[in-house]
Write a protein that binds this ligand. Structure first.
Ligand SMILES: NC(=O)c1ccc[n+]([C@@H]2O[C@H](COP(=O)([O-])OP(=O)(O)OC[C@H]3O[C@@H](n4cnc5c(N)ncnc54)[C@H](O)[C@@H]3O)[C@@H](O)[C@H]2O)c1
Length: 272
């Protein structure tokens, strides 16, 4: 699916967003984090694109600045609390505020995930550190800035794997936990004007989803058609732009009375 032809300009004018995992797994399509960073920039926000792969973050920044938007890249390993603290402090120093935190990082096959009986304890811990603890640490540094401002929005990225059968235990359990983290942060920060929501992407045509499976030996068109077939709406996977537009909505003032929500972006697959 292609980009959605809609004018979003001005919806986030003057705001500052931190998109964590805003780089991109190399591949033929665009990833959720990159598409979201690009869309938030089109809506007028200044974006700090953080990623463990600084060159991938810089590619996102280059795309944004080529379109006339404002962005900078930062290297961040989400399992490192000191790096989270330094990044948020740096953003407050350079931009004077932080309005949006977007927690996009999540790994499964690429992180060595496996069936519950095959996964080793070290990899289990590592997946929890990347997929859940990283988002919590980002929030614990960003939210105090938002509380001080009296406003702010956090969007976490979970997965429909949280609600449906999914064979790999690290991803399944961390994505369920992301819903709990979101609800906890939402209720404990509502009185400060800080909203926290979570998106559950379904089957998306992104490099993260496709390349890992192609890398395991399944032909690309088989991977794509097999996933397309499972989607009720149009019999086609969604794209990263669908996740990006849901993210833009949740971060924007149009969603000012929405917090603690778990929003599937899955073409109805969760209903099957
Ligand atoms: N693509 C899908 O079909 C699908 C479905 C459901 C949920 N999701 C969720 O979407 C999110 C990712 O989407 P994407 O398309 O942007 O993926 P992506 O892999 O293209 O981008 C994720 C980025 O996170 C970065 N990253 C990974 N580990 C990191 C770490 N330890 N520290 C810092 N950065 C790190 C990677 O370098 C990469 O640039 C994940 O949370 C994933 O679970 C995707």
């Amino acid at each position: 699916m292609s980009e959605i032809d809609v004018d979003v300009s001005g919806r986030l004018a003057g705001r500052v967003a931190l998109v964590i995992g805003g780089g991109q797994t190399p591949g033929e399509t665009i990833g959720n984090g990159r598409a979201t960073a690009v869309l938030l920039a089109r809506a007028g926000a200044s974006i700090v694109v953080a990623d463990r792969h600084c060159d991938a973050a810089q590619e996102t920044v280059d795309q944004i600045t080529a379109e006339g938007g404002a962005a900078s890249a930062a290297e961040l390993e989400v399992t490192d609390d000191d790096q989270h603290r330094a990044l948020v402090e740096g953003i407050v120093e350079s931009h004077g505020r932080l309005d949006m935190l977007h927690n996009n990082v999540g790994v499964s096959i690429a992180g060595g995930d496996a069936d519950a009986l095959d996964l080793d304890p070290e990899t289990f811990d590592r997946l929890w550190q990347i997929n859940l603890k990283g988002a919590w640490m980002a929030a614990r540094h960003a939210i105090p800035v938002m509380r001080e401002q009296g406003s702010g929005s956090v969007v976490n990225i979970s997965s429909m794997a949280a609600r449906m059968a999914y064979p790999l235990v690290g991803y399944k359990t961390t994505k369920v936990a992301m819903l709990g983290l979101t609800e906890n942060l939402a209720i404990t920060n509502a009185r400060y004007g800080v909203r926290v929501n979570v998106i559950l992407p379904g089957l998306m045509n992104t490099p993260m989803a496709i390349e890992a499976r192609v890398g395991q030996g399944t032909p690309r068109d088989e991977v794509v058609s097999g996933r397309d077939r499972q989607v009720p709406l149009g019999r086609k996977m969604g794209s990263a732009w669908d996740v990006a537009h849901a993210s833009l909505f949740l971060h924007s003032d149009e969603a000012r009375f929405i917090t603690g929500v778990s929003l599937p972006v899955d073409g109805g697959r969760g209903l099957v």
